[in-house]
Design a protein around this ligand. Structure first.
Ligand code: NAD
Length: 253
């Protein structure tokens, strides 16, 4: 049995014993669905300067911002859930997973069938007018940009449209984040999947869980600063590791 196989069994044992499991997911869980992450081996920051996803860049260069966003959105809209998203749905159906806190804006957990998902960085499905605050479905902007406009505009007031999703430099939606903190502090196992854990305040949630006595299972392709604090760390692809863990949980569930 390889070390990874042993760790998969250990993770399954912890999951079986746990009463309230909360998953914290990041961009890495959607890489196998064809959506690049930011900091992984083929991440977006190998091609772009991270500043492009900030509120200050949007306000200075909306045209360039929207060129980048349109490219990202086309990828998001095409993407389908992968075996890692589906494994979390199974855990929820088995009554083992209480909720998912996700940093992702791609909606793939919901597309896969997960019921309770806290999107702490918002969703790519909506845009908001920077003048009148009206919400518009993201299809509006895609239509406008594809028809040759370079910056999407609110059809109610002519104001500039921005993604409702959180940009660097934005505040997080406070009600959703407070709920995430409350779930993290009351779980007895946190399952972290596909996050470099460098974007704060999301990256403080594992410490909140740990401080309140939760076990930590961490699955990520590369090392993170939190590895040494976790009870089980598995470096590998979420799409192959998570289904194996769930299969082992099912065996004696
Ligand atoms: P990140 O890019 O900082 O880290 C992703 C991590 O996932 C990396 O450490 C990488 O090693 C790991 N990884 C890559 N492929 C993996 C795989 N197949 N299986 C397991 N792990 C894998 O992402 P983050 O920590 O989520 O934080 C960055 C921000 O990126 C978040 O705020 C999020 O909103 C945003 N983001 C979201 C999406 C999305 O919605 N899919 C995509 C890109 C970025």
């Amino acid at each position: 049995m390889t070390n990874i196989d042993q760790d998969i069994l250990k993770a399954a044992e912890l999951i079986k014993k746990a009463n309230k499991i909360v998953a914290l997911t990041g961009a890495g869980i959607s890489v196998e669905s064809g959506i690049p992450d930011f900091r992984g081996p083929s991440g977006l920051w190998k091609k772009y300067n991270p500043e492009i996803a900030s509120i200050s860049f949007f306000l200075k260069n909306p045209e360039e911002f929207w060129k980048f966003s349109l490219e990202v959105w086309k990828t998001l809209k095409r993407a389908k859930p992968n075996p890692a998203h589906k494994a979390l749905v199974e855990l929820e159906k088995m009554g083992k997973l209480h909720c998912i806190i996700t940093q992702n804006i791609d909606g793939l957990h919901q597309k896969a069938g997960s019921k309770k998902v806290l999107e702490i960085h918002g969703s790519a499905n909506w845009l908001i007018c920077t003048s009148c605050r009206a919400r518009h479905p993201s299809e509006t902007v895609i239509k406008q940009l594809k028809s040759g406009m370079t910056i999407p505009i609110c059809d109610l007031c002519g104001g500039l449209l921005r993604p409702e999703a959180v940009l660097f430099g934005d505040m997080l939606p406070q009600d959703v984040f407070s709920e995430a903190v409350s779930e993290a502090s009351s779980c007895d196992l946190m399952l972290i999947v596909g996050s470099s854990l460098v974007v704060f305040p999301a990256a403080q949630l594992p410490s909140v869980a740990k401080k309140n006595g939760a076990k930590i299972v961490l699955i990520n392709l590369e090392k993170t600063w939190f590895d040494e604090k976790a009870d089980v760390v598995i470096h590998g692809k979420a799409g192959s590791i998570l289904p194996k863990i769930v299969k082992n949980v099912k065996k004696t569930h």
